[in-house]
Design a binder for this molecule. Sequence first.
Ligand code: SAM
Length: 284
Amino acid sequence: MTDEVWNTERLHDHFAQSLRVSEMYYDSKTEHQRLKVFQNGTFGRVLTLDDVVQTTEGDNFIYHEMLTHVPILAHGAAKRVLIIGGGDGGIAREVLKHASVEHVTMVEIDAGVVDFSKEYLPTLSQGAFDDARLNLVINDGAVFMKETDDKFDVIIVDSTDPIGPGEVLFTDTFYGHAARVLTEDGIIVTQNGVPFMQGDELTNTMRAFQALFQDATCYLATIPTYVGGPMALGWGSHSTKARNVDLATLEARFVAANLTPDYYTPEVQKAAFALPGYVKKLFP
Ligand code: SAM
């Protein structure tokens, strides 16, 4: 009997992903979900919530760079950013690399994920939680969005999948309040699943975004541990201006931001919005 231990993610009915556990660092339940961190020979430390891979040391850069630099550089003058979810700190890390960003509100439902990620996954947040610009709010993102009177230039929804506590972040009500709190040229981007496996998630979000925003689409990035092909990142904006910024302008903003990403480039940004047929077919 092998002594191998594997963590199997059963996010989908007929397709699972298993990661070999070389060392289990933490496995316990918070008030909201079961939290695990373990070491994997390929991806380094892995964070799962209810056994679903949330992020890994090895490939998180792709997702975190594409969910932050794309809207912030497209906007060009984002000062106030709202993060919904993001408990591991990876999104906050990348947002705070933009010196132009003056204030970040991060609304995370589970303090356990934050406390725990600081201790077991410090390479994810890299000190972001200590940045004076960051205001961490422990609350349900849907409640915050409904109640806030603040305005934001960029909203980043870095949530779990629409099961459990994350479900409310995929509703028309949540999106409607997001549209209300966005500034005139504001942009919302969302973790919208892997369309080959979770097409109905994208269809649902795009239906809501088409009703709320002048510009409603998605862009793609391929993250190895979000299995089943490229992930869709939802995009909604009250103006088409941001998405159509020309490459030269994006490049100038990228240089001025003095970023050193390993996935994001201005060319990748432009190309990410070119959608294959099977993804476009998911749009209402
Ligand atoms: N990158 C990951 C993905 O694509 O699945 C998401 C990572 S991040 C850990 C997801 C975060 O969303 C978790 O910290 C979870 O606690 C948080 N979350 C889930 N539902 C939430 C809600 N209703 N309000 C705020 N945060 C929520």
